[in-house]
Write a protein that binds this ligand. Structure first.
Ligand SMILES: Nc1ncnc2c1ncn2[C@@H]1O[C@H](COP(=O)(O)OP(=O)(O)OP(=O)(O)O)[C@@H](O)[C@H]1O
Ligand SMILES: [Mg+2]
Length: 385
């Protein structure tokens, strides 16, 4: 019996859950990962929790200490630091104790990585690049789509190139603003008019986002946004409903991406600001499904799927859109390639509402990761004429 138990347990897929990370969204990640760990199917998966602390160290946590994770995961400061070692066979990855195997016993092996971290240095292709170098399977978008998705301006350009609707904007850099302010203002007046939203291109959580009603307030908003990024979008303000869909890669590579029903975020503040997102418990209401007519619902799902394809996404993404209350038109706003995964987050909730329970969603994501890695690994890496 003992032997049998061992045999089944060794067959479990070992999932390294990466959480924390070196971004402003570290704490959100602790909540997302707690809920991923709680919902992963324990009969299929062995969980290896890896915390990335704010200094960037990878710490191998003990799953036994996280057996019943609460709402948020701890980062144990005295857990052994590990580094990722390149896979020797293109399948199994290894985490090597920084102080050497001799001091800590053996390396920790795993089969697939599930990054559950948000924001820069987590979701923007950097960690994904490291995982590519290590030649190990991982959940979610690869390097290209992750990097594109973190840059709101480049995502918009790709969507526009695919003929998808975006809100008119002007991209402003600090040098242009200090050198030729009049020319920038003239462009803004021509392309967007006022009011506008000023936002850093590579940020998140509404940090540095300002609604600017007249020209006189532009300078202060731009200066604040330049604290966070060297490229800032000045975007026409839309009288918007905020509509979101969750997307999964189709396991049939020839098929269209799978898209959920649309949900809606209804902020109780002037817009979906940092305060509305994180400081005010009643800062926003999530409506699932969104109260849309049949045509609008179909349009939202179609646009979400089209953005996923245009931005070369793999695995998963949440697509955020605006529905213009004045014209009824939809616009693509932004993409999140590692969306929030807390138990009240839109991404898992939208899938639940579309008939895919949380645990099954995680299983599908891991299957997609293993499958993609297999396909990529099979590609020729040498040219033999
Ligand atoms: N052009 C716009 N018109 C109307 N409202 C806008 C516009 N741009 C931004 N907003 C408001 O500001 C909020 C934050 O902007 P946005 O979603 O672009 O960035 P972010 O939320 O900081 O990014 P992330 O979702 O990646 O954290 C939106 O949810 C919306 O409420
Ligand atoms: Mg947003």
């Amino acid at each position: 019996m003992l032997k049998l138990l061992n045999m089944t347990s060794t067959k479990k897929i070992r999932v390294a859950v990466l959480y924390g990370g070196r971004s402003g969204e570290h704490e959100i990640s602790l909540q997302s990962a707690a809920s991923v760990i709680r919902n992963l199917d324990k009969s299929r998966y062995e969980i290896i929790p890896i915390a990335i602390d704010k200094g960037g160290r990878w710490l191998l946590n003990d799953i036994k200490l996280l057996q019943d994770p609460g709402k948020t995961l701890p980062v144990f400061k005295d857990a052994p630091p590990v580094v990722l070692s390149p896979s020797s066979d293109g399948h199994e990855g290894s985490l090597i104790p920084v102080n050497g195997v001799a001091n800590f016993g053996k390396a920790q092996k795993f089969d697939v990585v599930f990054p559950v971290m948000h924001g820069p240095l987590c979701e923007d292709g950097t960690v994904q690049g490291l995982l590519e170098l290590a030649d190990v399977p991982y959940v979610g978008c690869a390097v290209l789509a992750s990097a594109v998705g973190m840059d709101k301006e480049v995502s918009k350009r790709l969507a526009r190139d695919a003929g998808l609707p975006i809100v008119p904007y002007v991209a402003v850099r600090p040098a242009a603003w200090s050198r030729d302010r009049a020319a920038v203002v003239a462009r803004i007046k021509k392309e967007t008019g006022f009011p506008v939203f000023v936002k850093p291109s590579n940020m998140g959580s509404s940090v540095g986002v300002h609604k600017v009603k007249e020209e006189g307030a532009l300078d202060a908003a731009l200066k604040d946004a330049f604290k966070y990024d060297l490229k800032v979008l000045v975007e026409k303000a839309v009288n918007a409903r905020e509509i979101e869909v969750a997307v999964l890669e189709n396991p049939d590579a020839s098929g269209a991406p799978l898209v959920t029903v649309a949900g809606e975020v209804v902020p109780t503040h002037e817009f979906y600001s940092y305060e509305a997102k994180y400081l005010d418990e009643n800062g926003a209401k999530l409506m699932i499904p969104a109260n849309l007519d049949e045509k609008q619902m179909a349009r939202a799902r179609e646009l979400g799927g089209a953005v996923f394809t245009a931005l070369e996404c793999e695995g998963m993404a949440r697509i955020d859109m605006f529905l213009d209350k004045d014209t009824g038109g939809f616009f693509f706003n932004e993409i999140n390639t590692i969306p929030g995964f807390t138990s009240i987050s839109m991404y898992p909730k939208l899938w639940e509402a579309t008939g895919v329970p949380y645990a099954e969603l995680l299983t599908r994501l891991i299957d997609l990761a293993l499958d993609r890695h297999g396909r990529k690994h099979a590609l020729a890496r040498e040219y033999k004429p």
